[in-house]
Ligand binder design. Sequence first.
Ligand SMILES: [Zn+2]
Ligand SMILES: [Zn+2]
Length: 290
Amino acid sequence: MLVDQHLHLERGPYTPENYPDSWLDLYLERAATAGVARLGVVEHGYRFLEARGLLPGAWAEDRCRYRLDAYLGFVERVRQRRLPVSCGIEMDYIAGAEEEIRRFLTRYPWDFVLGSVHFVDGVGVDLEADAQLRRQMGQETLWRRYFALSRAAIASGLFDVLTHPDLPKIFGERPPFALDTEYRLTAQALAAADMAIECNTAGLRKPVGDIYPHRAYLRAACAAGVPVSLGSDAHEPRDVGAGFDAAVDLLLESGYREAVHYIGRRRIASSLGSGRQSRGERGEAHPPTA
Ligand SMILES: [Zn+2]
Ligand SMILES: [Zn+2]
């Protein structure tokens, strides 16, 4: 059974006070045709007034408009409808703000928490508007700091999954040095923290045209015994399960045989099947193994 455990609703027709269920229903319809048996919805923590200031800067401040109560009301309705949907949150790791992030996270019964590094020392890793700032920083510093922050995020113990783990490649620029040591050290840190790495297909829809992370990173993670979760990072219904054929092939080549998802912060593993051929019937759920 395939689970798309990284979906955003934020481009939907909701207001700061109301999340219409009909928008989620479009994601579920798309999942059914894409052979995805279960969804994991997240919203970005920085959007919520209750997390204001955790992610510093004007970019986050501009987007901080939504009431967490409205999202939690939606989460409650999802649970009442007994939908195959886990509800979580995608939180930025901010060095030095660990205790504030923990306080925000522990107030709510999330199914899972995705940990992300979108900013390196105030510079947006994936923001086109920050291209000049990234040039000033230099690719070497950007990548080194990105991995250092990733490992600090892992060590914080705040998160279940490290998302889009080599995001700095988003615009297609090659890292100026071999990343194998960074991959290995980060994979070891994930294993030590009992955290999962995410295989995220959004990169296929970005200039780099490649899944996050690089296959060498996935191989290092698999060799270290790190579980993997799968996500499209869809922001619209049409992208649910996008690129999953390529992602499953990549995971199988990297040594993985199952992917994990979370319910109530509990990790559940499901078979990836045995390849493209068997995925012709992947809409059929395999019984999850613990
Ligand atoms: Zn993200
Ligand atoms: Zn995301």
